[in-house]
Design a protein around this ligand. Structure first.
Ligand code: F6R
Length: 615
C-alpha cells in the first residue's frame, strides 16, 4: 500500500504531485507528504491526514516552487500515523530524502548498526533506516547516489518501491522496486514516477513498469537506464502504451467512486466478454485458455487463491466449475495457503484472482504454486500488474480502473471471466450439451441488461437502508451460488459502514447464528428461485418465528417470500450460475446507502487500502 509520486522535468512539480497523490489515495490515506527541490534546498512538508490536509499545511510551511519533487500518501505499517512517521524522510545530513511503499523486514538490525555509527532517528519507521543506510554507504564508499541505493538494497530484506533524491544532485531521482509496484511515465523531456499510471495519464500514454529487483536513475534530459539491483546488469526498457483515459478515473457526476463503479457494472461486464463471447457462432475465445487447454483438461483439480472480495469471486467459481466442468475445486485464502505447506503437484491448475494484481499474499501464493510445479492462471483487472506478469497465463477482467476501496465491479467482472472459462472448458470436456452451452452464452450476454434493470431498485434499496441504518448487526444468508454473495454483502457493509455483519450459508443459521436473532436484527436473505429455494423459504420461516427483520432478495414475480419478508428486492430471472451477478447488486447498494447515511467515508474507509502490498 502507500502511494508514491515523483516528477522531474520543466514544469512545476507541486501541482502534478498533489493531483497524483489524490489519485493514489485509494492506496492509503492516513498521512501525506511532499519534498520539492528548489534552488539548492529541499522543501519538505508532511502531515497526518489526507492529501487535502497536506495542501493546507504546505500553504503555511513551504514555497511550492521546483521542477523536481516526490510525494507520498501513507498506509501505516511501522509507526502510528503521525506527522513524524509520514513520508518523505530525510537522512541525518538532510541531503537525501526518500519515499517508500513496502516494508523493510530487517530494519531493526540495520538500525542498531547505524546507531552504533552515530545515526539518530526521529521516526519509528523502517524507511528512515533505509535512507540513512543509503547515506552511510554513499559517504563511506564514496559512490554516487544510484550506486549507494543499489548497495543498500542488496542488504535489505523486504519489499519496496522507493524514490530518493539528493539535494546536491538536483537532476536525478533514483527509483527501485521489489514487491511493490512502480511505473515511470515518459513525457517530452520529463518523467513521472508513480505507484500506478493514474497520476500521469493526462501527461503521457507511455510508461515503463519496473520489474522486481530493478532500479533506474531517472535523469533530466537523459534516457532512462534500468539495471538489475543484484548484479548491476542493464535491462532494455520496455515502454508500454497505456489504455487508460482520464474520464475512467474521475467521478463522472456521481457522489462517490463506489456508486459510479456500481453503476458501471453493465458496461464493465460487457467489456469483460467483448470479443470473447461470440454467441452467434456459439464460441468462447480466450487465448490464455485456448493455449493451455490440455493443461486445464488434464487437471486433477483447480485451486483458487485470492483475498477478500476476490476470494468470494473464487467461491462463486467453485460452484460454477464443479457444476459445469465437473473438476474438483478448492478455494483458499492466499494468506493461509502460502504458509500452510499445501500439497500441490504438477497436475494442479491454480487460478489466482486479484483486482489490483498486487496483493502480496496472492503473489506469494502464486510463487509457491509455481515452485511446486503447478500451472498458474491469473484473473486480474490491472493490466501489467505484478500478478499478471507472474502467472503462466491469464485473462484480464477489463473492468476499467476501480478506485473505490470497496470492490464492486471487480467482483462481477471476475465472476464473468471465470464463467467464460468454465463454459469454454465445459464445452471442450463435453460436460455441457451443446444446447445448454448455447443457452448459457445467450443468457450471459443478457446479464448487463439485467444488471441495469436490477439497478433500478436503487431508490427502494435506499429506503430500506434508511430503516436499518442504525442497526448494530446484520446477518446475510444465502445457499449454493448465493452463499458467497451473502459473504460479499456482509463484507461490503462492514468495510464501509463499520456495522458488524456476518454472512452464512442459510442452513448453517440453526447451528449458531440463530441465537442472535431478535426483533432488532436485520437479516438479508438471498432467496432466488432455484438454488434450493424451498429450503431457503423454510429458513425464512425460522427467522420470522424469532421476529427477525427480513430483507429478501428474490426473483421477479416471487410470492412466497413476499408474504413472509418485511421487504423484498427483486432481481430478474436468469440461469442459476449467473444469479450472483444480479443478487450482488442490491447488496452493494444497501451498504453504500447505509454508509452514506451514517456519514462515513465511502471511498476511503478507515484502516483500509485498495491495494494490499504488505502481508
Ligand atoms: C473488499 C476489497 C478487498 C480486496 C482484497 C483483495 O471490498 O476490496 O477485500 O478484494 O484486498 O484485493 P485484490 O483483488 O486487489 O487482490
Amino acid at each position: 500500500m502507500c502511494g508514491i509520486v515523483g516528477y522531474i522535468g520543466s514544469r512545476e512539480a507541486y501541482p502534478i504531485i498533489i493531483k497524483g497523490l489524490k489519485r493514489l489515495e485509494y492506496r492509503g490515506y492516513d498521512s501525506a507528504g511532499i519534498a520539492l527541490y528548489d534552488d539548492g534546498t529541499i522543501k519538505l512538508s508532511k502531515t497526518k491526514g489526507k492529501v487535502e490536509d497536506l495542501e493546507s499545511k504546505v500553504q503555511n510551511e513551504i514555497s511550492t516552487h521546483g521542477t523536481l519533487g516526490i510525494g507520498h500518501t501513507r498506509w501505516a505499517t511501522h509507526g502510528i500515523p503521525n506527522d513524524t512517521n509520514s513520508h518523505p524522510h530525510y537522512s541525518n545530513s538532510g541531503d537525501l530524502v526518500i519515499i517508500h511503499n513496502g516494508i523493510i523486514e530487517n530494519y531493526e538490525s540495520l538500525k542498531n548498526e547505524l546507531e552504533k555509527r552515530g545515526y539518530s532517528f526521529k521516526s519509528d519507521t523502517d524507511t528512515e533506516v533505509l535512507i540513512n543506510l543509503i547515506e552511510e554507504i554513499k559517504k563511506n564508499s564514496k559512490v554516487k547516489l544510484g550506486k549507494a541505493v543499489q548497495i543498500a538494497l542488496n542488504q535489505v530484506v523486504g519489499a519496496y518501491a522507493i524514490a530518493v533524491f539528493d539535494k546536491n544532485k538536483p537532476n536525478e531521482i533514483v527509483v527501485a522496486r521489489l514487491g511493490s509496484p512502480l511505473a515511470i511515465g515518459i513525457g517530452e523531456d520529463e518523467y513521472f514516477i508513480a505507484s500506478d499510471a493514474t497520476p500521469f495519464i493526462e501527461y503521457t500514454n507511455n510508461a515503463i513498469y519496473l520489474e522486481d529487483e530493478e532500479m533506474a536513475v531517472v535523469r533530466r534530459h537523459k534516457k532512462i537506464k534500468i539495471r538489475k539491483i543484484k548484479d548491476d546488469s542493464l535491462v532494455s526498457p520496455y515502454i508500454q502504451e497505456l489504455q487508460l483515459n482520464l474520464e475512467q478515473i474521475e467521478k463522472g457526476g456521481f457522489d462517490h467512486f463506489m456508486l459510479k463503479e456500481i453503476y458501471e457494472q453493465p458496461h464493465a461486464i460487457r467489456d469483460t466478454y467483448r470479443g470473447r463471447l461470440l454467441s452467434d457462432q456459439a464460441i468462447i475465445k480466450m487465448a490464455g485458455v485456448e493455449d493451455n487447454m490440455k493443461t486445464f483438461l488434464n487437471a486433477n483439480r483447480i485451486i483458487i487463491v485470492a483475498c477478500g472480495t476476490s476470494w468470494h469471486a473464487g467461491l462463486v467459481a467453485e460452484y460454477i466449475f464443479e457444476n459445469l466442468v465437473r473438476i474438483p475445486v478448492e478455494v483458499e485464502y492466499a494468506s493461509e495457503f502460502r504458509y500452510r505447506n499445501p500439497v500441490i503437484n504438477n497436475n494442479d491448475v491454480v487460478i489466482a484472482i486479484s483486482q489490483s494484481g498486487e496483493t502480496a499474499d496472492t503473489l506469494a501464493a502464486i510463487k509457491l504454486a509455481k515452485a511446486s510445479g503447478a500451472f498458474v492462471f491469473g484473473v486480474c483487472n490491472v493490466v501489467g500488474s505484478s500478478i499478471a506478469r507472474e502467472t503462466d497465463a491469464g485473462a484480464y477482467t477489463h473492468a476499467g480502473p476501480e478506485i473505490g476501496v470497496a470492490s464492486t465491479k471487480a467482483f462481477t467482472t471476475q465472476i464473468t471471466v471465470l464463467t467464460l472459462i468454465a463454459l469454454r472448458l465445459a464445452r471442450a470436456k463435453g460436460t455441457l450439451t451443446s444446447s445448454d452451452y448455447r443457452k448459457h452464452l445467450i443468457e450471459l450476454e443478457m446479464i448487463p441488461e439485467k444488471v441495469e434493470h436490477t439497478l433500478s431498485s436503487d431508490s427502494l434499496v435506499k429506503s430500506i437502508a434508511d430503516i436499518y441504518k442504525s442497526a448494530q448487526n446484520f446477518l446475510y444468508l444465502g445457499r449454493n451460488y448465493n452463499f458467497p454473495v451473502a459473504l460479499e454483502g456482509a463484507l461490503k457493509l462492514k468495510e464501509i459502514s463499520y456495522i458488524h455483519a456476518e454472512g452464512y450459508p442459510a442452513a448453517e443459521m440453526k447451528h449458531g447464528p440463530i441465537a442472535l436473532i431478535d426483533e432488532n436484527m436485520p437479516i438479508v436473505v438471498i432467496a432466488t428461485k432455484k438454488g434450493h429455494y424451498e429450503k431457503v423459504v423454510s429458513n425464512i420461516e425460522e427467522i420470522k418465528a424469532r421476529k427477525g427483520k427480513i430483507i429478501g432478495i428474490v426473483t421477479e414475480g416471487d410470492t412466497s417470500v413476499k408474504n413472509l419478508a418485511d421487504h423484498v428486492i427483486e432481481v430478474p430471472e436468469t440461469l442459476e450460475c449467473l444469479v450472483p451477478l444480479l443478487t450482488t447488486i442490491p447488496l452493494q447498494l444497501l451498504s453504500y446507502h447505509i454508509a452514506v447515511m451514517l456519514d462515513k467515508n465511502v471511498d476511503q474507509p478507515r484502516n483500509l487500502a485498495k491495494s494490499v502490498t504488505v502481508e
